[in-house]
Ligand binder design. Structure first.
Ligand code: ADP
Length: 431
């Protein structure tokens, strides 16, 4: 192997002879012509030819070490297409500057972030944020990597993280030169998740604090002014029990939600028949229906309807939807539960369970937000009904674990229809 390695620029002599062949043939023809017409003697012509041949075979270092034309876009290694391709291939917005802050290369993502960027111009013309300028100055002065965070306001609010990394690249005439690599990371999705988590904790503690405050208020009253008032004690204990039930329900819903979230990526692998499951839910809610004066009509097929699912979780889905219909749609006096499917030829054999009420319905502006945690159309109404604001969020999470979805349709004044759409069970894998 070592024998094949040539010092750069020293091609083997047969190669050099081959490359010079045209020159040598031309020289031979010219010399032969001149000799024929008596301009040179044969000996002189041969001597001239030998000199030309010798010159052609000398391993001219300069000639052979000239780089390919493609590598010569800029005089500096930092400006070669290789570096340009590396910057261009970076997944985040990236740009490379020279020591003076002039742009050498940038990728498409950086062009989107700062449309005014131009090669050869100062980057500061395009990147005006004071945080970027400060980090850049600091990196040039200290030659240490710098990190900065800033907010882009136009066209939409975005939280950005900037990393400024000074690099030592080979210089054109030996030695090294300092270049500055800027990479931008969009932190917006991370920030949004953090905000949602903070909102969730604030909401959950607020929801718990309200019944807790009521409980401790009543305890004070029972220990003080109402100590000997048997009638008031009876009433207050009733309210306290309702508040304690509400707290227990809230904690129960919170735990269910986090359990479902933890198993979100695991698709249930057992199959369950929806027909008896829905009947069980409707039977269990009969007392509530009676209390609210609502007639529940059930339209179920006679044959089993199988889905891949967790029976406990699906029970909660239908319990939540039918209970909501009984609570919020009671004024309609009627709730209809229909199970259809699997419908062949349409929707890939999907299974649909619709819960329809004839109550006041829901205004369209609320529909997209109903499955958010703690979102209620009317907070007072929901609390009065013992609601936690987590029911539909739980339904949505359970359905997404089952690769299903929830469709909500409503016309104000005419009631609402909540439809659960589930995929058919997967056929068993043959061994
Ligand atoms: P909650 O515990 O408050 O019932 P949900 O997540 O189950 O929480 O429901 C969120 C909100 O959606 C309810 O507070 C209510 O305002 C509205 N909602 C749910 N179902 C219906 C329905 N069938 N008719 C009218 N509004 C409804």
């Amino acid at each position: 192997m070592a024998a094949n390695i040539q010092p750069p620029g020293f091609a083997p002599w047969p190669d050099r002879l081959r490359r010079s062949a045209i020159v040598l043939i031309a020289a031979a023809l010219v010399l032969a012509g001149v000799t024929m017409f008596g301009g040179l003697t044969l000996a002189q012509a041969l001597a001239v030819f030998l000199v030309i041949t010798g010159a052609a075979l000398v391993p001219w270092h300069l000639q052979d070490t000239l780089p390919e034309a493609d590598d010569l876009v800029g005089a500096r290694p930092a400006e070669t297409p290789v570096v340009q391709a590396l910057v261009g291939g970076m997944p985040d917005a990236a740009l490379l500057l020279d020591r003076a802050g002039r742009v050498l290369h940038f990728n498409d993502a950086a062009a989107q972030l700062a449309p005014a960027l131009r090669r050869g111009e100062l980057a500061l013309f395009a990147l005006r944020s004071p945080e970027i300028i400060a980090a850049l100055r600091q990196a040039i002065a200290t030659r240490e990597p710098q990190r900065a965070e800033y907010v882009e306001r136009v066209p939409a609010e975005r939280w950005m993280e900037l990393i400024v990394t000074p690099l030592s690249l080979p210089a054109a005439f030996g030695g090294t030169e300092v270049c500055i690599l800027l990479t931008f990371h969009d932190q917006t999705p991370l920030r949004r998740v953090e905000e949602m988590r903070a909102d969730f904790v604030a909401n959950a503690s607020h929801e718990l604090r309200t019944p807790l405050a009521a409980l401790s208020g009543f305890i004070d009253t029972l220990q003080g002014p109402a100590r000997d008032d048997a009638k008031a004690r009876e009433r207050f204990l009733g309210i306290m029990q309702a508040q304690a039930t509400r707290m227990a329900r809230l904690i129960d819903d919170l735990l269910s939600l986090s359990r479902v979230e933890l198993s979100a990526h695991v698709r249930p692998d057992v199959t369950v028949d929806l027909v008896p499951l829905i009947r069980q839910v409707v039977d269990g809610l009969e007392p509530l229906a009676g209390e609210r004066g609502v007639a529940v009509e059930v339209d179920l097929p006679s044959a089993p309807v199988m889905v891949a699912g967790d029976a406990e979780e699906l029970l909660r889905v239908f319990e939540n939807l039918i209970e909501n219909a009984l609570k919020y749609g009671a004024s309609g006096g009627r709730v209809v539960v229909t199970l259809a499917g699997p419908v062949r030829g349409s929707g890939n054999g999907e299974i649909r369970v619709a819960v329809r009420d004839f109550g006041p319905g829901i205004a369209p502006e609320h529909l997209p937000r109903l499955t958010e945690r703690f979102y209620r159309v009317d907070v007072g109404d929901s609390r009065a009904q013992g609601g936690t604001g987590l029911g539909l969020a739980l339904v949505k999470h359970i359905l997404s674990r089952h690769r299903g979805r929830l469709a909500i349709e409503s016309v104000a004044g005419e009631g609402a229809t909540f439809t659960v759409v589930l995929p058919p069970p997967r056929p068993p894998v043959r061994a």
